[in-house]
Design a protein around this ligand. Structure first.
Ligand code: CTP
Length: 481
């Protein structure tokens, strides 16, 4: 039984014009009608609830059409005949209507054979007990909770469990295996052992699911508060090897002549968790996942240096388009941003290790541009070690570099650096045609500014340019000062 507190919350969550209309129209049509799925679940989890799913016993589309009529002109209705569903958009609210269905799926396909059923049939075919709760919207039973599989109890115990035998639930729609792990990671729930074992058993069935649906779930795992929870379960069940083998390849720590290296899989997960405490940005989190992705490909044993991973940042940058294409992630500026983060991810750390010259800091600012703060966040998240003393020392040095970056940026404004003299102007001054010479003169100005030889100002750059040009026998044809 629900306590009064929940009864009040339910009343509040199902109040207002939309629910009143649905309830009245359903009664007029003599249709049983329930709210079900995520909207109901999130009420009990005190999460903000979004889209509303409504299930009727029979005639889902007809009910949606009648509700649209009753709500008036401002309502948008979309009907998906093939799926037997209809969607209404009214002000900020989105409601999906569906007629209750029997458990009836074609094997090897996600396309359901729509067969009318009772509410119980419909609850049976849902993914998890916590998503199968229904609340009646008909007037005489308004607010009544129907929880045939103990979803409420599972919520109290923080458990993800399928309503039916998990082998059946997962073979109906194998995406649910990823959804189980996604809910576990998002909500901090445990997957009940039988359900978990069934994921391991059925993992290969994920191959029939479209890449688009898979990446949606993977991105939700990545955006969860502690994404490592999801990734560890993806790995334990064997799903990760199928959908993202490059990440599994990071596993393991080899030792030679008593020298080991860190396990880059667990290191990557720590970096991902670290960064997730600082940002909700999906792409910066992707940069954390991919920052060491080329370590297996670049791993070498050097008799003097031990284990090395030379150029793993550059090779990693090159691996990213292939990974993004396969996973159906966007091949646009988001990908370029992730590539840039991966290429540059060691640069601030190098500054920490070496003596920090102004010139190196300016170059880093120039290359990172407006993404410098994100790069520093990634770099800080990358400081992981079992030795707290070491972490502490690194973080302290890192702060020094951060401060230096701020100081130089304030002084020199090189973040969005544009050379004060452009190529066309150099051609005009010396009467030169386009060519290598112009390019060389232009970069010599950039280098002089980066190295602090001249300030980032027009006059100084002009004088420097004329001097440089004279050394190669060029005289200005006009004076631009
Ligand atoms: N559902 C299901 N099997 C799936 C997807 C969805 O049984 N593969 C059911 C569940 O009852 C779920 C409901 O459809 O609660 C709505 O699905 P969806 O909107 O995808 O997810 P939500 O549970 O609402 O969660 P979220 O909004 O976080 O995705």
């Amino acid at each position: 039984m629900l306590d009064n507190n929940f009864n009040d919350i339910i009343k509040e969550k199902f109040s207002g014009e939309v629910f009143e209309t649905v309830s009245r129209v359903a009664d007029e049509m003599h249709l049983e009608c329930y709210a079900i799925g995520g909207y109901v679940r999130d009420i009990f989890l005190y999460r903000p609830s979004k889209d509303i799913d409504i299930v009727t016993v029979g005639k889902g589309i007809e009910l949606a059409e009648a509700v649209k009529k009753a709500l008036g002109k401002k309502t948008k209705l979309s009907v998906f005949k093939n799926f037997g569903t209809a969607q209404i958009k009214y002000k900020d609210t989105e409601i999906e209507f569906v007629g209750a269905r029997k458990e009836s799926y074609e094997r090897n396909s996600r396309k359901p054979i729509v067969e009318d059923g009772t509410l119980e049939d419909d609850q049976n075919r849902r993914d998890f007990t916590i998503n199968a709760l229904a609340i009646c919207l008909n007037k005489d039973r308004f607010g009544e909770l129907l929880d045939p599989f103990g979803g409420l109890k599972d919520m109290e115990n923080l458990i993800i469990r399928t309503p039916l035998d998990p082998d059946i639930t997962f073979s109906d729609d194998p995406l649910r295996m990823l959804r189980a792990i996604r809910f576990s990671s998002q909500l901090g729930f445990d997957i009940e052992p039988e359900t978990f074992d069934a994921i391991t058993r059925n993992k290969e069935r994920i191959e029939i699911i479209s890449k688009e649906r898979i990446i949606d779930e993977l991105n939700k795992i990545i955006l969860s508060p502690k994404p490592s929870i999801g990734f560890i379960q993806l790995d334990q069940t064997g799903l990760l090897q199928i959908i993202f083998p490059e990440l599994v390849a990071l596993k393991g720590a080899e030792t030679k002549e008593g020298v080991g290296h860190k396990d880059n899989f667990y290191h990557t997960l720590i970096v991902l968790d670290n960064i997730s405490k600082k940002t909700n940005d999906l792409w910066l989190r992707w940069a954390a996942i991919l920052h060491d992705i080329a370590k297996p490909a670049t791993k070498r044993w050097d008799n003097k240096l031990g284990w090395t991973f030379h150029n793993h940042n550059f090779i990693g940058e090159k691996m990213i388009p292939g990974i993004f294409r396969r996973l159906k992630l966007p091949l646009n500026e988001k990908m370029k941003y992730v590539q840039k983060m991966v290429t540059l991810h060691m640069r601030p750390q190098v500054l920490v290790d070496e003596e920090i010259s102004d010139s190196a800091v300016r170059r880093l600012l120039f290359e990172a541009g407006d993404d410098i703060d994100d790069l520093m966040t990634l770099c800080q998240a990358d400081i992981t070690s079992k030795n707290p003393e070491k972490v502490h020392r690194y973080l302290r040095n890192f702060e020094i570099v951060h401060q230096k970056l701020k100081d130089i940026e304030e002084k020199d404004h090189v973040r969005n650096f544009q050379p004060p003299i452009k190529g066309e102007e150099i051609m005009e001054i010396f009467g030169l045609p386009p060519g290598k010479e112009v390019g060389r003169l232009k970069s010599s100005i950039k280098d002089a500014i980066m190295d602090g030889v001249i300030p980032n100002e027009y006059d100084a750059a002009y004088k420097y340019l004329v001097e440089k040009a004279r050394k190669i026998g060029l005289e200005p044809k006009k004076n631009n000062l």
